[in-house]
Ligand binder design. Structure first.
Ligand code: BTN
Length: 260
């Protein structure tokens, strides 16, 4: 993929207007943070064919082999309070799920806070890095990793049972550039709406796609293991877990589905 090919199909005003395509980089999020510190404009996209030290949430690594995925980071400079920034992660997940449904015609689920699942297996993840002063966001780097062209044995053995790719789920090859331009256009629409209206319009559609709602789950809150039923997403984007009379509101962390 190269910048010209991507720009040709791009129907956005800011996202991807500046785009940097790299053959190999340690992590596009780290690269994007450096660019943001250097003044890169709102909407700049960094895309890599391969990451040698791709990062996931909770300090995990993200498997990013050459040519098989979309490994990208988007620099955003929204005028919002730092506390609102995690909402961008839900907004991005929703834009991704909608792009999958529109382009591939398969149902995509979102595992709170931001994993995208096809047929119960993880296809994409989102990692938000935030730079802010006490009151205002300086910039947000939205990192998105999408498995696109992997066959099952392209994943390391420990991931094979739980990971999939767009082409595997759709049972046909997927054009990475085409998917990317569609995703950036969809994300820009949702992003502009988020800036104008906040997270409120996203709660219902997100809840509808959330794989955890109605299921018995367990989650680590600090060192405490919480169990209960995932009953909803609150207006701030937090997951609400009911345990008998008590409701626990989870703003971050890892949640596992125990049973339906
Ligand atoms: C997760 O599910 O844990 C989040 C994974 C995020 C991976 C993407 S790939 C592009 C960007 N650069 C990184 O180092 N990580 C994100």
């Amino acid at each position: 993929m190269n910048a010209e090919e991507i720009k040709t199909g791009l129907e956005t005003t800011i996202l991807g207007r500046a785009i940097h395509c790299l053959d190999s980089v340690d992590s596009t999020n780290r690269y994007a943070r450096n660019m943001a510190e250097g003044g890169a404009p709102d909407g700049t996209v960094i895309l890599a064919e391969e990451q040698t030290r791709g990062r996931g949430r909770l300090d995990r690594s993200w498997h990013s082999p050459p040519g098989l995925g979309l490994w990208l980071s988007i620099i955003l400079r929204p005028e919002i309070a730092p506390a609102a920034a995690p909402g961008l992660s839900l907004v991005t997940g929703l834009a991704l799920a909608k792009t999958i449904e529109e382009q591939l015609n398969i149902a995509a689920k979102l595992k709170w806070p931001n994993d995208c699942l096809l047929g119960g297996k993880k296809t994409a993840g989102i990692l938000i890095d935030l730079a802010a002063s006490a009151e205002l966001v300086r910039y947000v780097v939205v990192g998105v990793g999408i498995n696109v062209l992997h066959n099952p044995d392209d994943f390391p053995p420990e991931l094979q049972k739980m990971a999939t790719s767009l082409s595997q789920a759709a049972a046909r090859p997927v054009d990475r550039a085409l998917f990317l331009t569609g995703f950036l256009a969809g994300l820009e629409r949702e992003y502009f709406r988020f800036i104008k209206e906040g997270l409120a319009p996203f709660i219902k559609p997100y809840t509808r796609r959330c794989s955890l709602i109605g299921c018995h789950v367990e989650a680590l809150v600090g060192r405490r293991l919480v169990t209960g039923k995932a009953v909803g997403i609150d207006p701030s984007g937090a997951l609400v877990i009911a345990d008998g009379e008590n409701e626990i509101v989870l703003t971050a962390g890892e949640v596992t589905r125990v049973r339906q």
